[in-house]
Design a protein around this ligand. Structure first.
Ligand code: ATP
Ligand code: MG
Length: 253
C-alpha cells in the first residue's frame, strides 16, 4: 500500500567479539525466512573472474530463495574503500558487490542484506548509499545487565559454588562477549588445574574468577580509541552519531 519494497540492507558495526556474528545467527534462528551466509573465503578464487562469478551465484541463490536474508560477514574485506584497494581484481569484486546490491541482473525484491564489520570506516562509502546497506546499527560492548546474562550463560553448565557475580560484573566494563566467555573458560581452567594438582575435585569458586580477572584484559579498548578518532574527525553525514553518543556517555569523547 505504501509502495515500500521488501528489499533493503543493514550494516552491523562495532568492536570485535561483541556479538555481530552472534546476532546474525540469532536472527537466522528466529526468522521464518531463509538465511544465507557468506564470507570472503566463499567468494575468493585464484582465477580472474571466478570470484565475481561466485559472488553473483550467491546473490542469485538469495534471489531464488526470496524472501530471505543474505548475511555478508566481514564486509570490509569484500567492499573495501576502492581508493585504498591496490589490487585491481579486488576492486572489480567491490564493483561487482555494488552491482549485485543494486540488483542490476535480477530483482532484489525480498532479499534483505545484513552485513557486519568492525572497521566500518574502511568500507566503501558507496556501499552505504540509499538502496544498498543504507542503515547502520552499532553493536556495543555489553552493559552490566547484558554482562550478567552472558556470564550466566557461559557458567550455566559448569560446576560453580558461592560465586558473587555482582563483583565480576562490576569489574568487567569494556569486556566484549568473547572476553567474558574467555574469562569463564580461564576460571574453569584454574579450578581444573587445582583439582588435578590436589587430586581432589573442586568447584569453580570466586577466587578462580578473581584470578582470571587479573589475566583477561578487555579487548574493546583499542577499537574504542580508534573509533574515537573517527567520531571526532570523520563523522560525515552523521553516520556515527550513535557512536558519538556512546563515547560521550562513557566520557571518552
Ligand atoms: N550477546 C552475547 N551473548 C552471549 N555470548 C556472546 C554475546 N556476544 C558475544 N558473545 C560471545 O562472544 C563470541 C564472539 O562473538 P561474535 O563472533 O558474534 O563477535 P563479532 O562481533 O562477530 O566479532 P568480530 O568483529 O571479531 O567478528 C560468541 O561466539 C559468544 O560466545
Ligand atoms: Mg564476526
Amino acid at each position: 500500500m505504501y509502495g515500500k519494497s521488501l528489499r533493503g540492507g543493514l550494516m552491523l558495526y562495532g568492536p570485535p567479539g561483541c556479538g555481530k556474528t552472534f546476532l546474525a545467527r540469532a536472527v537466522a534462528g528466529e526468522m521464518g525466512a531463509k538465511f544465507l551466509s557468506l564470507s570472503i573465503v566463499d567468494v575468493l578464487d585464484m582465477w580472474i573472474g571466478n570470484s565475481e562469478r561466485n559472488l553473483h551465484e550467491l546473490f542469485e541463490a538469495a534471489r531464488r530463495n526470496a524472501p530471505c536474508v543474505l548475511f555478508l560477514d566481514e564486509v570490509d574485506a569484500l567492499g573495501h574503500k576502492r581508493s585504498q584497494v591496490s589490487s585491481s581484481s579486488m576492486r572489480t569484486l567491490g564493483n561487482q558487490l555494488l552491482a549485485e546490491l543494486d540488483g542490476m541482473e535480477g530483482s532484489n525484491e525480498g532479499v534483505f542484506v545484513l552485513a557486519a564489520t568492525n572497521t566500518p570506516w574502511d568500507v566503501d562509502p558507496a556501499l552505504r548509499r540509499p538502496g544498498r546497506l543504507d542503515r547502520v546499527v552499532l553493536v556495543l560492548p555489553p552493559d552490566a545487565k547484558a554482562r550478567a546474562a552472558i556470564l550466566e550463560y557461559h557458567l550455566r553448565q559448569r560446576p560453580i559454588a558461592n560465586i558473587d557475580l555482582r563483583r565480576v560484573i562490576a569489574a568487567t566494563e569494556d569486556f566484549s562477549g568473547a572476553d567474558l566467555a574467555h574469562l569463564c573458560e580461564t576460571a574453569a581452567e584454574f579450578a581444573m588445574a587445582d583439582s588435578v594438582r590436589s587430586g581432589e575435585v573442586r568447584m569453580i569458586e570466586q577466587r578462580d574468577l578473581e584470578r582470571a580477572l587479573k589475566e583477561v584484559r578487555p579487548s574493546t579498548r583499542p577499537w574504542l580509541s580508534t573509533a574515537r578518532n573517527v567520531a571526532m574527525f570523520a563523522n560525515e553525514g552523521g553516520v556515527y552519531d550513535d557512536l558519538v553518543a556512546y563515547l560521550k556517555r562513557r566520557k571518552l569523547l
